[in-house]
Each structure stands twice: as structure tokens, then as C-alpha cells.
Design a protein. Structure first.
Lengths: 280, 192
């Protein structure tokens, strides 16, 4: 119950100023107005918003017009981004800002690979967190109305990719300025793996769950990082080091194109693969 | 401050924050109002949620600048009536929060006192009709004028006044005949 309700501050006379009450009844009205009121908890607030989202999704899915609308998918995505909560975004920004500040201060041979290693991993982890947090409630709706789920989740993942990408561009700019490195090379070196790994792990997350997605997306990348750090002779020269070579540029551009196209396709035409991708 | 109607229109156009603002604006007063109608904090919380869900469900029928507040409270009222009718058929006694535990507060004695006050209020409200509880809540908890209540409920202002008087009179009688008669003066003392 709320012990600091408005009634505690506003006397009952104010509430009933247009209606003079007899003295005896006024004291009863004051007593009534001064009684404590229930106060919604933050959890109740979250439950309410989540329930409203579910309802909005249900309403959207029962309407063909809404289902076929890209605007509606974007709207659903915005709801989901909203439900991730402010701390998700605050933490992400703080971590990346830390990267922007720390990376240029490190030697060139350490800062560039660090950025290239960390950004794809961060995005995969963000995606896994977001899907784990939001998917279960939406899956329940999926049972009753199997439309649009893949598009919505792809929208969420694309938004996370754009967010991490934007912060990555900032970090890349800082590094490029600090070390006179090639902006384009460093950018493609992390953007290619980021998009490809996310595009691979996202359908896995939808079909088999977030843990397999993390293993499929993050596992090979971790192996590559270990190899690049410990046994660089096993990898092509200058691979994942931000050094401009024709091979790495072509490879990373291809990876970025494939990954980006897959994510866009899932966002725009996810319904086509709905039954295949969504966990039974 | 952006009007409720404008916020709802913004939400219809895809602004998620607008709906959250509406929730923040009305969740608490609606909870208080429904609590006074059904007498159970848990049921009132469920009804608040259901009210907002109904808003979403009926959103397509909303045409700006239809007044938002009466629409919201009418939905809540209908849900409360339905819940009370359902509780009656299930032989569940609403309007009494006897089983609800006192909330956590820093001072246990204060918490207990608050809880006892709540029990007093619920016992007293049970003696009133739904319409009387509704008018009391709108007038003295939601702090609406007689005219506003009349418009909201679609009844003459005279009816609002008579219901208010009847309800307060009945409450007074109830308080006088029970052991917590001191509750009124205590309320005056505490908040006066």
C-alpha cells in the first residue's frame, strides 16, 4: 500500500470544494480519502507492459493488413527494444565507450585485433540475451497464430546489429585516428565476421535455442581468436589484424554481404521460413 | 503536458513511449479506483492490466479526439462489474481484503497500523453498493468534481450528490457502530 498517497497531502476539502459537506460527513470523507492506496510495484508495471505487447502482437497477427505491413513489424521491434530495459542499453554504451577510450591508448598491434575480436562476440551475446529475454513470451503466441515471429525477431537482431555497428564505427574511427590505421580495413575486418556470425547463429537460436546459437556463433570465432593469438602461422597472413590485404578485404566483404543479406531476407520474408525456423 | 488523447493517437501511429506514458499516468489512480470497487489489491492489479489490454484490443475503434479518460474508466468499471458478478457466482467474497498480508515497511508497527486501517476501510465499504463505492472513489480518491463524475458515469449531477451523501452517511453510521469509531478521528488527526 502506498503510504505517501496524494490523499496524505491534499485534504478532502480540496477534493470536494465544489460540494460543501456537513461537518459530520466531511470528517468521514476525510477519513476515507486519507486511507492508504495500493501502489503498483515496478514488477507489476513490467508485467503490464509485457502483457500489452503480447496483446498488440496478437491483434497485429489477426489482422492481415497489419501482418503484411513492414511498419507493423518495425513497430513490434520497437516494443521489443523497449522491453529490453534501459540497463541493457546503458551497459552496452558504457562498455563500448570504454572500448573507445581504452583501445586507442593501447599499442596498435593490440588495439586493432581487440576491436576485431570483441565486436562480433559482443553482438552475438547481445542477441542471445535479447532472444532469451523476449522469445519465451512471444513463442506462446506463436502457437496460436504462427505469423510474423521470424520477421519481428529479425527486426530486433538487425536493430542490435545496427546499434553495435554504430558504436563499432565510433571505436574504429578512434583507433584509425590514434594509430593512422586504415579505417576501411579495420571496419571490414570486424563487420564481415559480425554479420556472418549473427546471420548463422540467429536461425539456430530460433530453431534450436540460444545455447546452440552461442556455440555455433561464438565457438568458431573463439577458436579463431585463440589461433590468431597463439598460432598465427596456421591462419592466412594478416588475417584478423587490420592489415590491408586483398584477400582479407574480399573475404570480409563477402562475409558482410552474405550475413547482411541473410538478415535482411529474414526480416523482410521471414514468414516464408516460419514453420522451418521456429522451435516446435 | 501532452493530452491523453494526443498520446493515444501517437501510440496508434507507433510511438511506444506514448503508451508507456499513459500507463504511468493512469496505472496508479486506476489501481486505487479498482481497489475501492473490488476490495482486493491483487484483483485490482489484474483488472488494471486487463483494462490496458482492452485498450489495445479496441484501439482501432478509437477516433481522435474522443475523450480518453471516460473511455478508460468505463472499461475499468465494466471489468470491475463483471469481476464482481463472476465472484458472486463463484461464491467468492470480494470487497474484503482480510487475507492480504500487510505490505513491507520500514516500521512494522506502522505497517500493521496501515494494514488495520485497510481492513477497517474494506469492512466499511462492504456495507455500500457498487454505485456508492464508485462515486466515493471518484469524488474523494480520484478527486473529481460532481460535474466530472456525472459526465463520466452518464448520470445527473443530482444523482452523484445523493449517492455521495448516502454513501458517506452510511459509512458514518457504520463507523459509529463499530469498534474502530476512533478511526475517523485518527484519520483527521493524522492528516489534518
Amino acid at each position: 500500500m502506498d503510504n505517501h498517497s496524494r490523499a496524505d497531502q491534499v485534504p478532502a476539502e480540496t477534493a470536494s470544494h465544489d460540494e460543501p459537506l456537513p461537518e459530520a460527513l466531511r470528517s468521514v470523507a476525510q477519513w476515507y480519502a486519507a486511507q492508504p492506496r495500493p501502489h503498483p510495484s515496478p514488477e507489476a508495471n513490467q508485467r503490464l507492459l509485457a502483457r500489452v505487447l503480447e496483446e498488440e502482437v496478437t491483434v497485429a497477427r489477426t489482422s492481415f493488413q497489419a501482418r503484411s505491413s513492414l511498419v507493423q513489424t518495425v513497430r513490434m521491434t520497437r516494443w521489443q527494444l523497449h522491453l529490453l530495459g534501459p540497463w541493457f542499453w546503458i551497459t552496452s554504451v558504457l562498455l563500448l565507450l570504454l572500448g573507445v577510450v581504452v583501445a586507442p591508448a593501447l599499442p596498435r598491434e593490440a588495439s586493432i585485433p581487440m576491436l576485431i575480436y570483441i565486436l562480433p562476440l559482443t553482438t552475438i551475446l547481445s542477441m542471445v540475451y535479447a532472444l532469451r529475454r523476449l522469445a519465451p513470451g512471444l513463442r506462446d503466441i506463436e502457437v496460436s497464430s504462427p505469423t510474423g515471429f521470424v520477421e519481428m525477431m529479425a527486426g530486433l537482431v538487425l536493430a542490435l546489429v545496427c546499434f553495435d555497428g554504430l558504436l563499432g564505427v565510433l571505436a574504429t574511427s578512434a583507433i584509425a585516428l590514434a594509430h593512422w590505421a586504415s579505417f576501411r580495413t579495420v571496419l571490414t575486418d570486424w563487420l564481415g565476421p559480425l554479420l556472418l556470425l549473427v546471420a548463422i547463429s540467429f536461425p539456430v537460436a530460433l530453431r534450436w535455442g540460444t545455447l546452440p546459437a552461442m556455440l555455433v556463433g561464438g565457438g568458431p570465432w573463439l577458436v579463431l581468436i585463440v589461433l590468431a593469438a597463439g598460432l598465427p602461422e596456421l591462419l592466412p597472413a594478416h588475417f584478423l589484424t587490420g592489415t590491408p590485404t586483398g584477400f582479407s578485404l574480399a573475404f570480409h566483404l563477402l562475409a558482410a554481404g552474405l550475413g547482411g543479406a541473410t538478415l535482411l531476407l529474414l526480416f523482410l520474408r521471414g514468414f516464408t521460413w516460419q514453420r522451418l525456423l521456429v522451435h516446435p | 503536458m501532452t493530452s491523453d488523447e494526443e498520446l493515444f493517437r501517437q501510440w496508434q501511429r507507433g510511438n511506444v513511449d506514448a503508451f508507456e506514458t499513459l500507463v504511468q499516468r493512469y496505472q496508479r489512480p486506476l489501481l486505487s479506483h479498482l481497489y475501492n470497487l473490488v476490495g482486493s489489491a491483487q484483483t485490482a492489479e489484474d483488472l488494471v492490466q486487463e483494462t490496458f489490454v482492452r485498450l489495445v484490443r479496441e484501439a482501432q475503434s478509437y477516433r481522435y479526439p474522443r475523450p480518453f479518460f471516460p473511455w478508460l474508466y468505463t472499461i475499468a468499471r465494466n471489468l470491475a462489474l463483471k469481476e464482481l458478478a463472476s465472484a458472486y457466482h463463484r461464491h467468492v467474497e470480494l470487497g474484503m481484503a482480510m487475507h492480504e498480508a500487510p505490505t513491507r515497511e520500514s516500521d512494522p508497527e506502522e505497517a500493521l497500523e496501515r494494514w488495520e486501517q485497510q481492513q477497517d476501510l474494506q469492512r466499511a465499504l462492504v456495507s455500500l453498493s457498487f454505485e456508492q463505492r464508485e462515486v466515493l472513489s471518484l469524488r474523494f480518491k480520484q478527486e473529481l468534481s460532481v460535474k466530472e463524475v456525472a459526465e463520466l458515469l452518464g448520470i445527473p449531477a443530482g444523482t452523484v450528490k445523493s449517492r455521495t451523501f448516502q454513501a458517506l452517511h452510511r459509512l458514518r453510521q457504520y463507523l459509529e457502530t463499530t469498534s474502530f469509531q476512533g478511526g475517523v478521528s485518527q484519520g483527521d488527526h493524522t492528516h489534518g
